[in-house]
Write a protein that binds this ligand. Structure first.
Ligand SMILES: *[C@@H]1O[C@H](CO)[C@@H](O)[C@H](O)[C@H]1NC(C)=O
Ligand SMILES: *[C@@H]1O[C@H](CO)[C@@H](O)[C@H](O)[C@H]1NC(C)=O
Ligand SMILES: *[C@@H]1O[C@H](CO)[C@@H](O)[C@H](O)[C@H]1NC(C)=O
Ligand SMILES: *[C@@H]1O[C@H](CO)[C@@H](O)[C@H](O)[C@H]1NC(C)=O
Ligand SMILES: *[C@@H]1O[C@H](CO)[C@@H](O)[C@H](O)[C@H]1NC(C)=O
Length: 215
């Protein structure tokens, strides 16, 4: 699940495009991590980036391979030319536990800080049955509440490759840096469909074909 963050560096007096920095890493600083090239203004470790905002950590993933991380996010690539970085993003989920008959929630919050979500390439996706998930984007100027509902009666009604409100719904996201949080409406739950779809997921991701079977 991939999230694209736009690199619009706000440097006074006018907006500077990320592509204007095209100098590789600073001298004495690592220029890659796990095969991912790290161009300045990003950098690994102290004094290797433009500011703390661009400071990355090179650490082992669950596979034992190394990858650059920005907070909890794993970076897949950074393109100064496109002015964007692609990173994996955490997924919020709601799962019905048939043993305890309780709904378990795992919500996430995220502050994009100096970065912008690429609103043309990312969407808010909700995958699951009988679920209503919300996303709240707020910053000093704006607040935007989005949400979508996904329902399905049986596995047969699900179609691979489409995201139409049956098993999957999607909604666009606003442009800008935001603090955002995701949550599920507890009036909707998967107790009725728990035999085939105990979990629902909410995430931001790159627009792409949708397959129901996520894990
Ligand atoms: C980073 O730069 C500051 C200020 O120049 C210096 O005090 C500090 O020791 C440097 N840190 C490292 C790890 O080089
Ligand atoms: C772990 O390895 C698998 C298979 O090579 C790959 O698909 C997956 O993206 C890797 N995960 C991480 C976190 O690197
Ligand atoms: C359901 O809850 C029980 C008791 O807390 C736990 O042992 C079990 O792993 C849970 N099942 C799932 C699918 O999360
Ligand atoms: C699930 O939703 C049904 C119908 O809205 C409700 O009666 C039930 O209490 C809910 N269960 C949980 C665990 O939230
Ligand atoms: C959206 O998030 C902001 C900041 O966390 C909060 O103040 C606001 O109440 C939230 N809006 C809704 C509709 O939950």
């Amino acid at each position: 699940m991939i999230l694209i963050i736009q690199l619009l560096l706000l440097i006074s007096p006018s907006k500077t495009k990320a592509a204007e920095f095209d100098v590789g890493a600073l001298p004495g600083c690592p220029d890659s991590c796990g095969g991912v090239t790290i161009p300045y203004p990003f950098g690994i470790g102290p004094n290797c980036s433009l500011s703390e905002v661009f400071e990355l950590i090179c650490k082992a993933t669950i596979n034992g391979t190394f990858a650059p991380h920005w907070g909890d996010f794993m970076l897949l690539d950074i393109s100064l030319t496109l002015g964007q970085a692609r990173m994996t993003n955490p997924i919020s989920s709601q799962c019905y536990n048939r043993t305890t008959k309780k709904e378990n929630y795992n919500d996430w919050k995220f502050d994009s800080g100096a970065f912008w979500f690429n609103h043309e390439k990312n969407k808010f996706f909700v995958i699951g049955c009988d679920t209503l998930a919300y996303v709240n984007f707020t910053n000093d100027e704006n607040s935007y509440l989005g949400g979508c509902v996904s329902g399905c009666n049986s596995l047969e009604t699900l179609t691979d490759g489409s995201c139409s409100g049956i098993g999957c719904c999607e909604t666009s996201i606003p442009k800008g840096p935001y603090y955002l949080n995701f949550w599920f409406d507890d009036n909707f739950n998967s107790s009725m469909v728990s035999n085939f779809s105990p979990c629902s997921h909410a995430l931001l991701r790159e627009e792409a074909g949708f397959m129901f079977n996520t894990d």
